[in-house]
Ligand binder design. Structure first.
Ligand SMILES: Cc1cc2nc3c(=O)[nH]c(=O)nc-3n(C[C@H](O)[C@H](O)[C@H](O)COP(=O)(O)OP(=O)(O)OC[C@H]3O[C@@H](n4cnc5c(N)ncnc54)[C@H](O)[C@@H]3O)c2cc1C
Length: 557
């Protein structure tokens, strides 16, 4: 059942076995996986059926390399999956290990344990079968990304692309039909009810509109409000230990290199499709033994279109994208303005405009062909071509990096002084990247440069200073703020994602990752959400139910 909470009577009190705060990929996965368990579940979402952006979440970022916290998250049924790009890849086995050279690393569970849950997550994300290398996805005879490349770099990494699945749309019908799950829309959790002992939670307080609210009592609670809102709720309620909000990680990203290959080298740079029609993209990686030997964090490199803002690329498609950026969602427009190309001064802007208009005027025919193809393969297609893949001119390819950020207790989110319209303190995001993170990004470039040079397969030119000074925090990857650990001295939740010191409150989402790896977080957080639901099914049998009787919301006119 899906109910607009604004239409419920003010002051209504409901009871449920499990209350989940937030209906993004994490919350929806928990709810879907609890169906059939004989439990009554309330899935409470701050937004409505359509996204209204994350602006209402407010907050400020200290470092301008971190996007304003209102960007890169959405308030809607489906959460930020109403915005995401759909890139799926799991963490690597080494990411779960305690690595002596990465302080605070190590998960209380390992890759083997995660594998079955990753398969479940692949299915929720509609990313095809669980195969994340070239041989497993494209067969043993697939041509290499760069022919003749040897050395220490590996070129067998595969990203798989979700259609991209908007979890709200994709699972709305199942949620609406369910007799066990009640989805409350426009229900923003603003408080947690806790007994005097504060060793458990009794339920949650929701504001539905100014001066109007409801409460839901819960046997088990799950915070699935995203990697920034989950710690915000805990901090505002004074729950969890002193590590809540600390160890905040994104990834470091940027473009600082170009690769050149001998003429006619058949480099694989674009999107490919596997036998099921899933879009795939290859990447370069540092194998685990190389990371171990050199003491590196886990980073990758990919071929990407050239810096879009720079008209020097001469490509009419990229120039048309730059010119139309004001019509794009802010998160995607922002990417075009940044990445090492800083042409923001007025005279510079005029020069850019002239350059891009020139590119478009000179390339109207290819632009028209591209537009037709884009409408067919992206706009109208159910499984969308993920992005524009433009070959470099004259055998030159732009390379982008995505680098692990190591856990750092001083990189943190905390409550600011300002209150949002519902009375909750806004977040202050003090994201900090460290020397080890930057070194990881530099090192993966060195590995590719050396491998290309030694094997004679090509040449990599890297602007190391652009990496040192020009990296950005990847938007939308909010990791580590309620990290998982084997004890409360090292983290906020245990291996079951239960908040230390609280008997019945859990966290679902990338906030629980102790380390970030290089992978985009959604596949892993969906895997953990499915695993959490299995735990809750078991746990619900142990938590006393006697005093709770589920009261379904009354029918609304
Ligand atoms: C532009 C963009 C591109 C991205 N591309 C990728 C990609 O290619 N691959 C990838 O893996 N990831 C990507 N991401 C990240 C991905 O979207 C997130 O990892 C994912 O959505 C997180 O899921 P979640 O359920 O934990 O949180 P969210 O999706 O953020 O959902 C949290 C939900 O909780 C609700 N909520 C928050 N506070 C409250 C409250 N107090 N009360 C009630 N409800 C509340 C919110 O409204 C929201 O609906 C991208 C993100 C962006 C912005």
């Amino acid at each position: 059942m899906i109910v607009d909470a604004r239409r419920l009577p003010d002051g209504l009190r409901l009871d449920a076995d499990v209350v989940i705060i937030g209906a993004g990929p994490a919350g929806i996965t928990v709810a879907m996986e609890l169906m059939g368990a004989g439990l009554t579940v309330v899935l409470a979402e701050s937004g409505g059926r359509r996204g209204d952006g994350g602006d209402g979440f407010g907050g400020e970022a200290v470092d301008p390399r971190h996007p304003p916290p209102g960007l890169y998250r959405a308030r809607a049924l489906g959460g930020t999956s109403t915005l995401w790009g759909g890139r799926c890849l799991p963490l690597d086995p080494i990411d779960f290990e305690a690595r002596p050279w990465v302080p605070h690393s190590g998960w209380p569970l390992g890759w083997d344990h995660m594998l079955p849950w990753y398969r479940v997550a692949n299915s929720y994300c509609e990313a095809g079968r669980f195969a994340y290398d070239v041989a497993g996805s494209l067969g043993g005879n697939a041509a290499p990304m760069v022919p003749g490349l040897g050395g220490e770099i590996a070129q067998d990494g595969i990203e798989r692309f979700s259609p991209p699945t908007d979890f709200g749309r994709r699972y709305r019908r199942a949620l609406a039909r369910s007799t066990e799950v009640v989805v409350l829309l426009s229900a923003t959790c603003t408080g947690v009810l806790a007994p005097p002992s504060r060793r458990a939670v009794d339920g949650f307080v929701f504001r539905t509109r100014p001066g109007h609210g409801i409460q839901v009592r819960a046997r088990l609670g799950v915070l699935a409000a995203g990697g920034l809102e989950t710690p915000r709720l805990l901090l505002a309620a004074g729950l969890g230990n002193g590590l809540v909000g600390r160890f905040y990680m994104c990834h470091l990203e940027g473009k600082a290199a170009t690769a050149t290959f001998p003429p006619a080298t058949p480099v694989v740079f674009g999107y490919e499709r596997d036998g099921e029609g899933i879009y795939l993209r290859r990447y370069f990686r540092a194998p685990a033994e190389v990371q171990r030997r050199l003491g590196l964090t886990n980073s990758i490199l990919r071929f990407e279109p050239p810096v879009i803002a720079d008209p020097g690329h001469g490509d009419p498609v990229l120039s048309a994208m730059w010119l139309s950026r004001t019509f794009l969602k802010a998160e995607y427009a922002r990417k075009m303005a940044s990445f090492g190309y800083r042409g923001q001064e007025e005279p510079e802007r005029a020069r850019l405009l002239a350059g891009h208009l020139g590119n478009v005027a000179a390339g109207l025919v290819p632009l028209g062909r591209f537009g037709f193809d884009w409408v067919r393969r992206h706009v109208l297609a159910a499984r969308k071509l993920p992005y524009v893949a433009v070959a470099g001119r004259g055998g030159i390819h732009t390379v982008d990096y995505n680098a692990e950020q190591a856990p750092n207790p001083d990189s943190r989110v905390s409550l600011g002084d300002r209150l949002d319209p519902l009375g909750l303190p806004c977040l202050k995001v003090d994201w900090r990247a460290g020397a080890q993170d930057v070194e990881g990004a530099l090192a993966i470039h060195r590995l590719l440069a050396d491998s290309l040079a030694q094997s004679g397969a090509g040449r990599l030119e890297v602007d190391m200073d652009a990496i040192r000074n020009g990296y950005n925090a990847t938007g939308g990857h909010h990791i580590g703020t309620t990290r998982m650990a084997d004890g409360p001295e090292r983290g906020v939740v245990d291996a079951d994602c239960r908040v230390f010191g609280l008997d019945n409150l859990y966290v679902a989402g990338s906030a629980v990752f102790p380390t970030s790896g290089h992978a985009n977080p959604t596949l892993t957080l969906v895997a953990l959400a499915a695993r959490l639901a299995a735990h809750l099914r078991h746990r619900a049998r142990q938590v006393p139910a006697a005093e709770f009787s589920f009261a379904a919301p009354p029918p609304v006119p």
